[in-house]
Design a protein around this ligand. Structure first.
Ligand code: HEM
Length: 250
């Protein structure tokens, strides 16, 4: 607070302490709190859920019977926004958002875990008892790690092609067939997508709580939503490798 009538000189003895917070300070303060981290997890989780749903719906083109449908869809995604944007420009904007959401989601998860550990550095006396929240948090941790590893393999398999000997750029239909025809790869996809279902179920259930939308009357709908969302994703995603493996699609 300034006293006296003379104006403050910058750097002089009368310079007032900075009273107005820098515009970004509240963001850092908010993110430093457990509530802030949970909100970031919920919002980024919602974006990732949206991606997984749209991605699964797009892959349903596998069932159209002709490879062109899926391949043209993949090509179309690369041309959105042309000629205002360069080739794949829109796709890269989407990828940027997705990568940012993914990184923030993981950062918030890891730092929340560390916060919880710091808050309770000594173990429980007489062994640990796990509450429901604890169980969900542990499930989210290991299913999240496995889904992350699966994603790396998936990109190497169907985007970069380094894990797929028959990979051809711009031909997602043929690449999927070539990939899922190999039994171990199909098994990896089935198992990973079942785990993704568990992750999605807990995530979709808890994101409303994290955003402060929790009410006993509303909770039953939260559960329906989480089960339905996870089931749709799992059934769709698991069907692709199985359909190829059992010759429904070739
Ligand atoms: C069996 C289920 C799945 C199938 C059949 C599938 C299929 C594909 C295919 C064919 C591509 C390459 C598209 C192209 O380059 O034109 C792709 C890319 C991708 N997939 Fe999947 N996917 C599945 C599940 C998932 C899941 C569960 C995730 C996330 C956890 C995921 C994340 C991605 C990402 C991030 C890309 C890269 C997109 C890009 O930026 O080009 N996919 N997927």
């Amino acid at each position: 607070m300034l006293t006296g009538s003379s104006p403050a000189r910058p750097g002089g003895p009368m310079t007032p302490a900075r009273t107005r917070p820098r515009p970004h300070t509240w963001i850092i303060e908010f993110y430093s709190s457990a509530i802030g981290k949970k909100a970031v997890m919920a919002v980024t989780g919602l974006l990732l859920l949206g991606f997984v749903l749209v991605h699964m719906l797009g892959n349903l083109k596998l069932y159209y019977g002709e490879p062109e449908h899926l391949n043209e869809y993949g090509h179309y995604l690369r041309t959105i926004g042309e000629p205002i944007l360069p080739h794949s420009g829109f796709l890269w904007i989407m990828r940027g958002g997705l990568i940012l959401a993914f990184v923030l989601h993981i950062h918030a998860a890891v730092s929340l875990t560390m916060m919880n550990r710091r808050a309770r550095p000594v173990g429980y006396k007489g062994g640990r008892t796990y509450s429901a929240a604890n169980y969900a948090a542990r499930t989210m941790r290991w299913s999240g790690i496995i889904v992350g590893l699966y994603l790396l393999f998936h990109l190497a398999d169907l985007t970069w092609g380094t894990a797929n000997p028959d990979f051809e750029h711009g031909e997602p239909y043929q690449n999927m067939i070539a990939s899922f025809e190999r039994v171990p790869v199909a098994i990896v996809y089935v198992v990973a997508n079942l785990l993704l279902g568990i992750h999605i179920f807990h995530g979709a259930w808890s994101l409303f709580q994290s955003l402060g939308w929790s009410n006993p009357r509303f909770n039953v709908w939260r559960r329906y939503f989480a089960v339905a969302f996870a089931a749709v994703i799992v059934v769709g995603n698991v069907s692709f490798p199985l359909a190829v493996l059992f010759g429904v699609v070739d």
